[in-house]
Design a protein around this ligand. Structure first.
Ligand code: HEM
Length: 527
């Protein structure tokens, strides 16, 4: 007779019984089935084989960027206004219209470059991705904690990320590779001045800002469009860490920011952010010294004030990391009626990339997963099948009709929106060209001048620490860029590296850049 004395429930144990995935009760989860106590094992060992083969498949590919992160849930509450004006004058998006209207949200915060288990105190932009589960379906606002980005054309994204990721041979993040790329990419100077300042290491996720970075559009009931930029401001305030603070945190804990967010929500200290929006009329704005579609630029707030439209509160922790954090999928293409794309070349490239990677990373039916499904807008499509189909997006009375048009049932097209055509007319030739008004340095210099003294000291210290690990020609080119952005910045970084203006005066502008008159005047001073 089988000896079962070492298995099975204690008489007073009323917990639910473990089953396998077929719903069969498991009465021994300690021993596989063998011939005799010492084996061998049998191949019909269904329970063991199912358990181990599911385990073998537990991991999916991590995100190619933003792999480390955490998700929390809450709501967005609209003010019904854009500052002092009725919001309906700008957008017809329903979630913004009524004061006090709440829309559930999921928010994922992340770091960009490290892997899934990497340190949360690295110098790195932080992701700030918000999924609004609106009555018209989902809207994703996929932003970062820094207001600008490294590059302005999506075709450069794999390059900038490769330079920042570990070296393919040494598998170490190498300053020389990073600044090799950056020194040849002048548009990244504004981002570098932000990233190497204290803002490059937020204290945690609750004390960071969020920015949509790219330029989007709003559309009102009349079909009129305007350009918009989004900003999240934390009610908790903004806090950052110096490299020394971050090293101390990292020595104790790799996931301090995830822990901080969960602990705060569990204590009932719900973090809150206000959403502010800058608007600009939908045109090229030749009067500006930058292009409104250039994500390496900010819009000056004295001319384009950031006006509040609502607030967001996070009051619920995730229940399962894999289901709600690994599998959640955001994308810049996920817009609702009243919101639209601009022609920002980064935004358009991003919009392809997100759903493309998610079909690979999570699977073609990733939108059927509970965390990604629209919660209010009902899904009815003629898309069918594929790996891991969870249910049929059935619509209409007739299950035989999974095509359109049909006179026998199935789904029909919706009503045309009141104004289908929107925005200015666009004409042009197919081409491959940089945008005019690249103006790579002026805002980087202004940002430097706006900093407190201690922030400038920290920026210079961080840049010198990284650049001193680079080869001399790369150091010289970076000093050259910083001198063009702001004399004091260039002189101080140069001093830290033993490179003076005379040492870089021989450098010619890069073929990939356009200089302004102001840049040329600065160059003349050098040489
Ligand atoms: C994640 C592509 C620029 C913010 C990702 C992912 C890809 C990607 C492939 C992984 C998505 C996933 O696996 O689910 C790109 C491309 C860009 C670009 C091609 C430029 C052309 C930006 C910019 C921002 C940004 C400018 C900030 C405004 C994010 C965030 C995530 C992310 C926050 C993480 C989303 C999450 O938490 O799941 N990006 N990205 N990206 N990206 Fe970008």
């Amino acid at each position: 007779m089988t000896d079962v004395s070492n298995v099975g429930p204690r008489p007073d144990d009323d917990r639910e019984v473990l089953t396998n995935r077929q719903g069969h009760p498991v009465y021994d989860n300690q021993n596989q089935r063998t011939i005799g106590a010492r084996g061998p094992a049998t191949l019909e060992n269904y329970q063991f084989l199912e358990k181990i083969s599911h385990f073998d498949r537990e991991r999916i590919p991590e995100r190619v960027v933003h792999a480390r992160g955490t998700t929390a849930f809450g709501y967005f509450e609209a003010y019904g206004r854009l500052g002092d004006e009725p919001i309906s004058a700008f957008t017809r998006a329903k979630l913004f219209q009524e004061a006090g209207k709440r829309t559930p949200v999921a928010v994922r915060f992340s770091t960009v470059i490290g892997g899934r288990d990497s340190s949360e105190s690295a110098r790195d932009p932080r992701g700030f991705a918000v999924k609004f589960y609106t009555e018209d379906g989902n809207w994703d606002l996929v932003g970062n904690n820094l207001a600008v980005f490294f590059i302005r054309d999506a075709i450069k994204f794999p390059d900038v990320i490769h330079s920042l990721k570990p070296d393919p041979v040494t598998f170490r993040q190498e300053p020389n590779r990073i600044f090799d790329f950056m020194s040849q990419t002048p548009e990244c100077i504004h981002m570098l001045v932000n990233l190497f300042s204290p803002r490059g290491i937020p204290a945690d996720y609750r004390h960071q800002q969020g920015f949509g970075v790219n330029t989007y559009k709003w559309v009102n009931e009349q079909g009129e469009t305007c350009l918009v930029k989004y900003h999240w401001m934390p009610k908790q305030g903004v806090r950052s860490m110096t490299a020394a603070d971050a090293a101390a945190v990292q020595a104790e804990e790799l996931g301090h920011a995830t822990k901080d967010l969960r602990d705060a929500i569990e204590r009932g200290e719900y973090p809150e952010w206000e959403l502010l929006v800058q608007t600009m009329s939908d045109e090229e704005h030749p009067e500006l010294d930058f292009d409104p579609l250039d994500d390496t630029k900010v819009w000056p707030e004295n001319r384009f004030p950031a006006r509040p439209v609502g607030r967001m509160v996070l009051d619920e922790c995730l229940g399962n990391n894999f289901a709600e954090n690994e599998q959640i999928a955001f994308g810049t293409g996920v817009l609702i009626d009243g919101l639209d794309f601009s022609d920002d070349k980064m935004l358009i490239g991003r919009t392809f990339s997100y759903s493309d990677t998610q079909r690979y990373r999570v699977g073609p039916n990733y939108l059927q997963l509970p965390v990604n499904q629209p919660k209010h807008g009902r899904v009815r499509t003629n898309q069918r099948d594929g790996l891991m189909t969870y249910y049929v997006d059935q619509g209409g009375e007739n299950p035989h009709v999974n095509y359109e048009p049909s006179i026998t049932g199935g789904l029909r097209e919706g009503e045309f929106p009141t104004h289908d055509e929107q925005g200015p007319t666009i004409t042009g030739r197919l081409t491959r060209k940089r945008i005019p008004r690249t103006n790579d340095y002026v805002q980087a210099g202004q940002r430097y001048l706006l900093m407190h003294d201690w922030e400038r000291d920290d920026l210079v210290h961080n840049l010198v620490t990284m650049l001193s690990q680079c080869e001399r020609p790369i150091q010289e080119r970076m000093v050259w860029h910083f001198l063009l952005a702001e004399d004091d910045l260039g002189l101080r970084v140069g001093e830290g590296l033993g490179i003076g203006p005379d040492d870089v005066a021989h450098l010619e502008p890069l073929a990939s850049q356009d200089l302004t008159d102001e840049d040329r005047a600065r160059l003349e001073k050098l040489g």
